[in-house]
Design a binder for this molecule. Structure first.
Ligand code: PLP
Length: 397
C-alpha cells in the first residue's frame, strides 16, 4: 500500500539544490574530478579539545539517560557567558536562551511558534531556502524583501508598503549573509529595531556566520544594538564557528516571550540533545578560541586567492565581507542555471545558481570557500581556459 502525503507536506517548497547534488553526482560517477563549490558544508574538522570533551562526556552514564527538557543549564550558562565575552551582551541563561537542534531547526520552528495561518512574514530574497520551509509549515504569507547589490545587499525598508508593514508579524534577517557574503553594521540594526518597534514585528536575526568577517571587520551581533531584546532574537549555531555542522547544536538568544514559545514547542516535539553533545558544545563556547580566529584567517586567505584569481582572468567580481561564500555575477548571456550547468559541463566546477535562493538571486552564482587554496587556484585555471572573460582583460588593455 502506498500512503498519500498530507496536504501540508505536499505544500512544502521543492528542494532546488537536490537537483544540483544529482547533477554533480552524475559527473563524479563517470570519474570526473569535480571541484564542488556549490555546497555549504564546512570542510575542516571540529577542534580536538571539543571532540575530546565529547568522548569523556559520552562515557558518563548521566548522559545515557534522557537529558533535561530544555537542555543542560550548564550549556545555557555557557551560551550567556559567550555572548557577554564576545559581544558584551547580558542574557539570562534560563529565560533568554533556548537550546536548538542546530540553527535550521530553530529557524523552521519559529514561524509556527508565533504565527497563525495567513499571517505575514518578511523574508530576504535572495536568502537561505530553509526560511521558506518554516513559512509553509506555519501556513504563513511570505513577503520578500529584495537584497540588491546597490544597497549592499541590505533590505530597503522603504520598499515595503504601509499595509505590508502593518500586517508583518515576523522578519528574518541574516548577516553575514548567505548567499551574498554581505555584512550589516550597527546603523542597520538600529534602523531595524526602530521599524520593528513601530510596527510590532518580531525580528529573527540568523547569525550563522557570526564568526566569519574579513578585512579586520568583526560581524556585528543584532543583540548589541539597544532595544534588540525588546523586539527579537538571534539564532546562533556552532556549525560554522567550531566546524560542528554534524553535531546539530545551536541556540536562540534574546526576547523572553519568543524563547518561551520556542521552548514550549520543543517540549512537545523533542526531549533535548544528547547530554554529551551539550557538554562538548559548552566546551566549544567557553574553551580556547584560537581555533575560531584560525578558521577566519583560513577563509580570508581562500577568499583572497579566489577573488584575486578571478579578477586576474577578467571576471569582474566583488569580494565578500563575511560568511564563507562569494556571490558572483554571471556573464550577461547566461541565466544563473545555464552558467552553473556550463561550468559543470565544461570545467567540472559545481557552483550554486542564484535563482535557487530566490528571484532576486538571478544573475549570480554562489561559490563556497570550502576547499583548499590549491583547488580554488585549479578552479580559476579551469575557468580561465574557457576564455569567457578574456574580452574584459582585452578591453581593459
Ligand atoms: N542559516 C544559514 C544562513 C545557513 O547557511 C545555515 C546552514 O548552512 C544555517 C542557518 C543552519 O545551520 P545549522 O542548522 O547547521 O545550525
Amino acid at each position: 500500500m502506498e500512503f498519500k502525503q498530507s496536504e501540508l507536506l505536499k505544500s512544502l517548497p521543492k528542494q532546488f539544490f537536490a537537483s544540483l547534488v544529482q547533477k554533480v553526482g552524475s559527473y563524479t560517477e563517470k570519474g570526473a574530478d569535480v571541484i564542488n563549490l556549490g555546497q555549504g558544508n564546512p570542510d575542516q574538522p571540529t577542534p580536538e579539545h571539543i571532540v575530546e570533551k565529547l568522548k569523556i562526556a559520552a562515557e558518563n552514564p548521566v548522559n545515557h539517560k534522557y537529558s533535561p527538557f530544555r537542555g543542560l543549564s550548564s550549556l545555557k550558562q555557557a551560551a550567556a557567558a559567550f555572548y557577554k565575552r564576545e559581544y558584551g551582551v547580558d542574557l539570562d541563561p534560563e529565560e533568554e536562551i533556548a537550546i536548538l537542534f542546530g540553527g535550521k531547526a530553530g529557524l523552521v520552528e519559529i514561524p509556527q511558534c508565533l504565527l497563525n495561518p495567513g499571517d505575514t512574514i518578511l523574508v530576504p530574497d535572495p536568502g537561505y531556502p530553509d526560511y521558506w520551509s518554516g513559512v509553509e509549515l506555519a501556513r504563513a504569507k511570505m513577503v520578500k524583501m529584495p537584497l540588491r547589490e546597490e544597497n549592499d545587499f541590505l533590505p530597503n525598508y522603504t520598499e515595503l508598503s504601509p499595509e505590508e508593514l502593518a500586517e508583518a508579524k515576523l522578519m528574518f534577517l541574516n548577516y553575514p549573509n548567505n548567499p551574498t557574503g554581505a555584512i550589516a553594521d550597527k546603523e542597520f540594526f538600529d534602523q531595524t529595531i526602530e521599524l520593528a518597534q513601530k510596527n510590532e514585528i518580531c525580528v529573527v536575526h540568523d547569525f550563522a556566520y557570526g564568526a566569519i568577517g574579513f578585512d579586520g571587520k568583526r560581524p556585528y551581533s543584532f543583540l548589541q544594538s539597544k532595544g534588540a531584546k525588546e523586539v527579537g532574537i538571534e539564532i546562533y549555531t556552532l556549525s560554522k564557528t567550531y566546524n560542528m555542522a554534524g553535531w546539530r547544536v545551536g541556540f536562540a538568544a534574546g526576547n523572553k516571550s519568543v524563547i518561551a514559545a520556542i521552548n514550549l514547542l520543543q517540549d512537545h516535539m523533542y526531549v533535548s540533545l544528547f547530554g554529551a553533545v551539550q557538554e562538548a558544545a559548552a566546551e566549544a563556547l567557553l574553551g580556547p578560541q584560537q581555533c575560531v580566529s584560525g578558521l577566519n584567517n583560513l577563509y580570508e586567505s581562500r577568499r583572497n586567492v579566489l577573488i584575486e584569481g578571478l579578477t586576474n582572468i577578467g571576471w569582474r567580481v566583488t569580494a565578500p565581507k563575511g560568511s564563507f561564500f562569494a556571490w558572483l555575477k554571471v556573464p550577461e548571456q547566461f541565466t544563473s542555471v545555464e552558467f552553473a550547468d556550463f561550468l559543470l559541463e565544461k570545467a567540472h566546477i559545481a557552483v550554486a545558481p542564484g535563482i535557487g535562493f530566490g528571484e532576486y538571486g538571478e544573475g549570480y552564482v554562489r561559490v563556497g570557500l570550502l576547499t583548499s587554496e590549491e583547488r580554488l587556484r585549479e578552479a580559476v585555471n579551469r575557468i580561465k581556459s574557457l576564455e569567457i572573460f578574456k574580452k574584459n582583460i582585452d578591453n581593459d588593455l
